[in-house]
Design a protein around this ligand. Structure first.
Ligand SMILES: [Zn+2]
Length: 182
């Protein structure tokens, strides 16, 4: 685990995963077989490299799993994508579907849920206004790179709207789903 910001740790796995070690312990994405205490696992979107270990982590830590609205149809996801590199993706239980303007307050940080459809229809970001932090999932990356929209569950048109919306945000610390994080 690398501390990329006070109490925010990065673990590299199938994707970049982040652990926010607050009063409530949050794990962002499950592309890593995480073994510490987790209260809430937030999935930025339903893609195999971000959800692969969700079931294992849920069983081990008894955490709640949150996902964005329009990405909650796990049966459909598993129908199209039952495995990752030959390994079966285990079905996990979703406890809460996050909607626009939902907030997750963990004491030190106050995360606002942003709906960022495009890469998947239910992609979300977590924005921390005070510290100008954005967990962007696979929507945007460093150096202005943008997530792919050629998947079955993507929309180029919605991605363009999402990018316009993101341009208005003040982002000082971008923690994306892939790539190097300084
Ligand atoms: Zn993705």
């Amino acid at each position: 685990m690398i501390e990329v910001y006070p109490k925010i740790f990065l673990m590299k796995g199938l994707c970049n995963n982040y652990y926010v070690d607050g009063k409530i312990k949050i794990l962002i994405d499950a592309g890593f077989d995480f073994k510490e205490k987790v209260d809430i696992l937030i999935l930025t979107h339903i893609h195999p490299d971000h959800v692969f270990f969700a079931k294992k982590i849920q069983e081990r830590t008894n955490c709640k799993i949150f996902i964005g609205q329009d990405d909650e149809n796990i049966d459909e996801f598993l129908f199209y994508c039952p495995s990752w590199k030959g390994k079966e993706i285990e079905k996990f239980k979703i406890d809460r579907v996050l909607k626009k303007n939902d907030e997750i307050n963990i004491g030190q940080y106050d995360f606002q849920v942003l709906q960022l459809p495009g890469h998947t229809l239910g992609s979300i970001g977590l924005y921390e206004k005070k510290h100008e932090i954005l967990f962007s999932g696979d929507t945007i990356f460093e150096n202005g790179l943008i997530g792919r929209t050629d998947f079955i569950h993507s929309s180029e048109e919605l991605m363009q709207k999402t990018l316009k919306k993101l341009k208005k945000l003040k982002i000082k610390h971008l923690f994306s789903g892939h790539g190097t994080i300084k």
